[in-house]
Write a protein that binds this ligand. Structure first.
Ligand SMILES: *Cc1c(COP(=O)(O)O)cnc(C)c1O
Length: 449
């Protein structure tokens, strides 16, 4: 079945992946944290400073941000009830579970607000500086003026997306007055397309998967000098926008009374599509917590692109199609066949591992979040829910804990929830109905429980 040889992918692992059996793969090349003061740290600080500079403008542009003075952040929600539901047995140790609520990030309703808004603002800022609309020290609120809108209207911002990135880029670019084009695969949700069109965004549909939509957008944009293409597969501006979120999480952990050090490990579970969002966040967290933070990605069994890229140890791109998988999943934000070429090499030394998730499990996880915490998310956003269970209960997870000599009774687990608050209520209701039907089917529910 495989069309190319992947010498390092162990046979047993390959068989599990091809059989779509949920699997925890542990990265044995996990290495030393980044040296502080490296260029990367500077780029993260730049992104944090940019979001700070632009907060007053964002508060003007989006009424829903008035209450946060233009800061786009999400809550760190205690998840004790989820812990009790998953661990069942002894849940009375000092470990603490949280859900990071990026599903409720204002304006974009998904984790894509972080990278996407940062990139659009960086582009607008560069144009405004180059064209003499502002000087370096000026108040960025000028970028919301009629003169700025007239300037930005001469430029195109384009993006290729399965949905959420398109929403985030589209909303921000259109709010600033850019001519905005979102290239989507034709399986993208109708409500996302409708929402964008309402805001004056041009939506172009493409047959085929996410990578095809990105490629089409990239080609069209490169033909025009006044066009900026937000490239989900290789954009440093997106990546550093995601990385900038680590600082706020560190503050939230302090506020919650959670120490992170050798005796108190931090585990973070992140749904992974192309890898930009979870990779950027991992990169930001590693720069702060070094070896004391353990980041794991969650990928659909049909689309484990980061897993195959890293586990194959290949320097050239490897896709899930190469091992005979079809990249078909209900987790539309995660249906990506090939990992980002920018991000995958950076994860070689930073990522602790990847676990895979069946579609059934996504819906059962979603149901569990609803029942235990009254949080309703989209399927992709529920991918990380079983992360702590993998570490605590699987042989691979327990071996990881032993190898790194970690005290799990003192651990902090952060399950990153990544999207859902803008999903129309009817669609959310359908997610839950499907989950309820699954839960009533003992055979399928049992495979997960
Ligand atoms: C995009 C997305 C992800 C993953 O981000 P990548 O940068 O594609 O890895 C996870 N969850 C949701 C809901 C998303 O939209």
């Amino acid at each position: 079945m495989p069309t190319m040889s992947l010498p390092y992918l162990p046979k047993l692992l390959l068989a599990r992946l091809q059989g779509k059996t949920p699997t925890l793969w542990v990265n044995d090349r996990l290495g030393q944290p980044l040296a502080p003061n490296s260029d990367s740290t500077d780029a993260i600080l730049d992104a944090q400073a940019r979001m700070q500079r632009f907060a007053p403008l964002l508060a003007n542009l989006f009424p829903e941000l008035a209450g946060t003075d233009g800061h786009i952040e999400s809550a760190l929600m205690p998840a004790d009830a989820l812990k009790r539901a998953v661990v069942r047995g002894d849940a009375d140790d000092a470990s603490a579970w949280f859900v990071k609520r990026d599903d409720a990030l204002p304006v974009a309703g998904s984790i894509k607000a972080r990278g996407g808004f940062h990139e659009v603002l960086a582009v607008a800022e560069r144009i405004a500086l180059e064209q003499g609309l502002i000087a370096a020290q000026d108040d960025r609120r000028v970028l919301g003026s009629p003169e700025a809108r007239a300037l930005f209207a001469q430029y195109t911002v384009a993006v290729g997306s399965t949905g959420n990135l398109g929403l985030s880029i589209g909303v921000m670019a259109a709010a600033l007055g850019f001519d905005t084009v979102v290239h989507m695969s034709d399986d993208a949700k109708a409500w996302k397309k409708a929402r964008l069109r309402q805001r004056g965004v041009r939506v172009v549909e493409h047959a085929g998967d996410y990578a095809k939509a990105v490629a089409a957008g990239r080609t069209q944009a490169s033909a025009s000098p006044r066009s900026h293409f937000v490239d989900d597969e290789q954009s440093p501006l997106l990546f550093h926008g995601y990385a900038a979120s680590a600082r706020h999480l560190a503050e939230q952990l302090v506020a919650a009374g959670r120490t992170v050090d050798a005796g108190h490990p931090l585990f973070v579970y992140l749904p992974c599509g192309v890898g930009g969002a979870p990779g950027g966040i991992t990169y930001g967290l590693k720069a702060i917590f070094g070896a004391h933070v353990h980041c794991f990605f969650a990928e659909p069994v049909a689309s484990p692109c980061m897993l195959v890229q890293l586990a194959s140890r290949s320097d050239s791109p490897v896709s899930v199609y190469d091992i005979g998988l079809d990249n078909k999943t209900d987790a539309d934000g995660l249906a990506v066949g090939e990992a980002s070429h920018l991000v995958a090499p950076l994860m070689v030394s930073q990522l602790s591992g990847v676990f895979t998730v069946t579609d059934d499990e996504l819906f059962l996880n979603l149901r569990m979040l609803k029942h235990t915490l009254d949080v309703l998310v989209e399927p992709s956003a529920a991918a990380g829910v079983r992360g702590p269970d993998w570490l605590l209960s699987s042989p691979e997870g327990q071996a990881y804990v032993r190898t790194h000599d970690l005290d799990m009774r003192e651990a902090t687990h952060v399950i990153w929830s990544t999207g859902g608050s803008l999903v129309p209520p009817e669609a959310l209701k359908e997610f839950l109905e499907r989950a309820d039907a699954l839960a009533r089917d003992p055979e399928r529910a049992g495979q997960v429980a």
